[in-house]
Design a protein around this ligand. Structure first.
Ligand SMILES: CC(C)(COP(=O)(O)OP(=O)(O)OC[C@H]1O[C@@H](n2cnc3c(N)ncnc32)[C@H](O)[C@@H]1OP(=O)(O)O)[C@@H](O)C(=O)NCCC(=O)NCCS
Length: 266
């Protein structure tokens, strides 16, 4: 028979679990709401008028927003052309498969874009507007942290090495912070050493704790990519930068324990 003390202890433990559950659910709700608000914004450039144009190092460019489910056929073709020109080399024999994946990702309704064009084209009626570069990003959760995930940053060779990549990354980070995302996260092919240098040495991105080589060095050797991140708050830093897979597993076990006594009905 349970004595009075153990009854009280069990009721305290159950109360603690309830509080933990409430805390987790509220956090999840808040994170989902952040993603919803960020994704609903039609044009992220309107918050950053000084980023609508890039006039530097002989380039006179304009930026324009877009989304995956609203791309014209011409834009789709230009995106594919840029991707092929830049990424066929780093992907090597995997390109054929990867190209198909990227075609599907390109038109996803959650895909958000910033396109780069010559500014002069604005004056030309019905002229073909060559796409000089683009960013493809999405608002999503990584380890329950709301993040801006950068799917692509692709520049035509004619505009590379002139500060445009850095400028676009500044914009991405501002969009992430304005929408209260915890981090910018991105994937880089290991063979793309120039992009690795650009992100790590120049822009101070770090290898994320969710990157294959940090999750498990043995798996990391087999994978041909790394996941990099730049975090903007303590929680995102702890989860996505600092702590190991063991920490994240312990966190997940904690979540599961908080819900362990719940019975779900059909
Ligand atoms: C990688 C990429 C986005 C960089 O953009 P960029 O406009 O060429 O780079 P920037 O001119 O803004 O350079 C920013 C800084 O990085 C440095 N940098 C740029 N490319 C570099 C390279 N290949 N090697 C070493 N440093 C480089 C520049 O010297 C510059 O440093 P500074 O600020 O001290 O002058 C662009 O070259 C590109 O589109 N490459 C092909 C596609 C690709 O690999 N995308 C990334 C996929 S994850």
């Amino acid at each position: 028979m349970l004595n009075r003390q153990s009854v009280m202890e069990s009721s305290r433990a159950s109360e603690k679990k309830k509080l933990k559950r409430k805390e987790i659910l509220e956090k999840k709700k808040a994170a989902d709401q952040l993603l919803k608000v960020a994704s609903a914004q039609i044009d992220h450039l309107t918050s950053f008028p000084s980023f609508c144009y890039f006039n530097k190092n002989g380039l006179c460019l304009r930026l324009e927003s877009g989304r995956g489910d609203k791309l014209s056929n011409c834009t789709k073709q230009q995106i594919q052309k840029l991707l092929k020109a830049n990424m066929m080399g780093p992907y090597g024999s995997e390109w054929a498969v990867e190209e198909k994946v990227k075609r599907r990702e390109m038109v996803a309704p959650e895909a958000r874009y910033i396109f780069v064009y010559w500014n002069a084209n604005e004056m030309m009626d019905n002229a073909f507007t060559p796409l000089l570069g683009f960013l493809h990003f999405r608002f999503t959760l990584e380890e329950e942290i709301p993040v801006l995930y950068l799917y692509e940053l692709q520049l035509d060779s004619s505009v590379q090495g002139k500060g445009l990549g850095k400028f676009l990354m500044q914009l991405v980070e501002l969009i992430a912070q304005e929408n209260r995302m915890g981090a910018v996260v991105l994937t880089v092919q290991k063979s793309n050493s120039l992009a690795m240098k650009f992100y790590i040495s120049k822009l101070r991105y770090v290898e994320s704790s969710i990157s294959p080589s940090r999750v498990d060095p043995l798996v990391g050797v087999e994978k041909n990519y790394e996941i990099l991140c730049k975090t903007f708050d303590h929680e995102a830093k702890a989860i996505l930068e600092v702590y190991s897979v063991q920490y994240r597993t312990a966190r997940r076990v904690g979540f599961m324990a908080a819900f362990s006594d719940l019975k779900f009905e059909d």
